[in-house]
Design a protein around this ligand. Structure first.
Ligand SMILES: [Zn+2]
Length: 153
C-alpha cells in the first residue's frame, strides 16, 4: 500500500465512478443541468427556467403516452390478427402472449391502467367484439379487411 495505489486502474475507475455518481446526484435530467450541491439543486428547481421546462415536459409526456397507447393498441391488434383472427379468445391469453415479446410497450406507459380498460376501449372503438363473462373478458378480432372484401365481392 502506498500512494501509487492512487494510480492503479481500479482506483482510477473507482474515482470516476464516484465522481459520476456525485454528478448524477444533483443532476436535473429534464434541463440536463448539473448542480454543484443540494442547495444549488433546490435553487435550480425553483428557477423559472426549470419550471418552464417542467411545463414543456408535462405537455410532451401526454404526447408520449398517446404514442405509447397507439403503439400498444397496434401491436396488440396485430397479434390478434396474426394468431387469433377467427377466434373468440380470453383477453388475458392474448395479453400474456403480447407481453412475451420483450420489445412490447408496457401497459403502464399507456393511457389504460388495466387490461379491462383497454378491452373496453377496443369494444368502444369497434376494433374487437368484447364480452364480459364470468371467466373474464373475451375478445374477437373484427376483421375489417375481409369485411371490405366480402362487401366488394
Ligand atoms: Zn431543471
Amino acid at each position: 500500500m502506498g500512494k501509487n495505489d492512487f494510480l492503479t486502474p481500479k482506483a482510477i475507475a473507482n474515482r470516476i465512478k464516484a465522481k459520476g455518481l456525485q454528478k448524477l446526484r444533483w443532476y436535473c435530467q429534464m434541463c440536463q443541468k448539473h448542480c454543484r450541491d443540494e442547495n444549488g439543486f433546490k435553487c435550480h428547481c425553483m428557477s423559472e427556467s426549470h419550471q418552464r421546462q417542467m411545463q414543456i415536459f408535462g405537455e410532451n409526456s401526454n404526447r408520449i403516452v398517446d404514442g405509447n397507447s397507439e403503439e400498444f393498441e397496434q401491436s396488440f391488434l396485430d397479434l390478434m390478427k396474426r394468431s387469433h383472427r377467427f377466434s373468440r379468445i380470453a383477453a388475458t391469453v392474448v395479453y400474456n402472449e403480447y407481453i412475451n415479446d420483450r420489445h412490447h410497450v408496457l401497459m403502464n406507459s399507456t393511457e389504460w391502467a388495466t387490461l379491462t380498460e383497454f378491452v373496453k376501449h377496443l369494444g368502444r372503438t369497434g376494433k374487437c367484439k368484447v364480452e364480459e363473462t364470468p371467466k373474464g373478458w373475451f375478445i374477437t378480432y373484427i376483421d375489417r379487411d375481409s369485411e371490405t372484401l366480402s362487401r366488394r365481392g
